[in-house]
Design a protein around this ligand. Structure first.
Ligand code: ATP
Length: 302
């Protein structure tokens, strides 16, 4: 089982929920682009090495791993237990320093940052979603979100409540806003965790086995939401999972084995068109789970 949270100090766990990034002006749902530019990578890792232990006990968890992720895409990271998925997720999400290699995000080499800069980067740009939800037991669903906005962004009480309620409503949780985690089902708890990740409008969402504790209906709902976060809000989403049923929801599927990344695997049947100038015409209905390109189709526009 992957446990990304083991790479977090308790303080980082708490602070990682917050962002000082101002809310985007437009509600992302109203801004689903019919045509979106396929941009370059927003997150680019090269030559990552990471080991644990020493001597005969030494484990090489990452062995020269390079990967590129783009905004607006949902990426799955799969592979057998112990293949290095959680380690890779932790290294590229600014939680675990590699022994060697580079991770470039938002135009910066994140592992050249000092601790303060790293913390600011996590706060401003990253959201983390864990298998175990990581909700505060004493807070209601609404308060889980409000605290992010009030403490993280300095939002006033009224504004925080309005924004929290809007996101809870978008995730079908309006009638659960007053409940504490102990009174919620696993699926509801994970949706609250996603709402909390969403409310800060992150550029990057990193999720470690977010559906493994859920039944298939709830799991499907959760991956559908992650899909929407990438597509409608333009976030770069990376999900570690063992569940092959999630594959049709993904833009790209990366396989790891023995600390190495295998070739990018295709996800689902052709539903879009790539033009040579890299403009992607997304022909899927905005609120349907996205179907994917098996092979990019290049159309001669001349
Ligand atoms: N903190 C640690 N100390 C020692 N070894 C570690 C540590 N973290 C990971 N490892 C080792 O590194 C290798 C990769 O572990 P990692 O958790 O990244 O794999 P994984 O693919 O996520 O596995 P799973 O699917 O079981 O969660 C494993 O052999 C693991 O035992």
């Amino acid at each position: 089982m992957a446990h990304l949270s083991r790479f977090l100090s308790p303080l980082t766990r708490f602070r990682g929920l917050f962002s000082r990034k101002p809310a985007r002006a437009n509600d992302a749902r109203s801004a689903v682009p019919a045509i979106r530019k396929a941009t370059g990578p927003t997150l680019e890792a090269t030559g990552l090495l990471r080991s644990f232990g020493s001597g005969s006990e030494k484990t090489f968890a990452l062995q020269n791993v390079s990967i590129e992720l783009r905004s607006g895409e949902l990426n799955l990271l799969m592979g057998p237990s112990g293949s290095g998925k959680s380690t890779l997720l932790a290294v590229i999400s600014a939680l675990l320093r590699p022994d060697a290699g580079h991770v470039r995000a938002m135009g910066q080499d994140i592992w050249r940052m000092n601790e303060t800069e790293l913390e600011r980067f996590r706060l401003r740009h990253c959201s983390y979603i864990f298998q175990g939800y990581n909700l505060f037991p004493a807070l209601t669903a609404r308060q889980q979100l409000e605290v992010v906005l009030q403490w993280g962004e300095g939002a006033g009480r009224t504004e925080a409540r309005k924004r929290a309620d809007r996101v809870l409503g978008q995730l079908g949780l309006a009638n659960k806003a007053h409940l504490r985690p102990a009174s919620m089902s696993g699926g509801e708890k994970q949706r609250v965790a996603i709402a909390r990740a969403l409310v800060k409008n992150p550029s990057f969402v990193f999720a470690d086995e977010p559906t493994s504790a859920l039944d298939w209906d709830n799991g499907q709902q959760v991956i559908g939401l992650l899909n929407e976060i990438s597509r409608e809000r333009g976030a770069t989403v990376l999900v570690v999972t063992h569940d092959h049923r999630l594959v049709p929801f993904a833009d790209r599927v990366f396989e790891m084995s023995d600390g190495r990344l295998q070739l990018d695997a295709p996800a689902a049947p052709d539903t879009g068109v790539f033009y040579p100038d890299q403009t992607l015409i997304d022909i899927c209905p905005p609120h349907e789970p996205r179907l994917r390109l098996r092979e990019p189709v290049y159309v001669n526009t001349h």
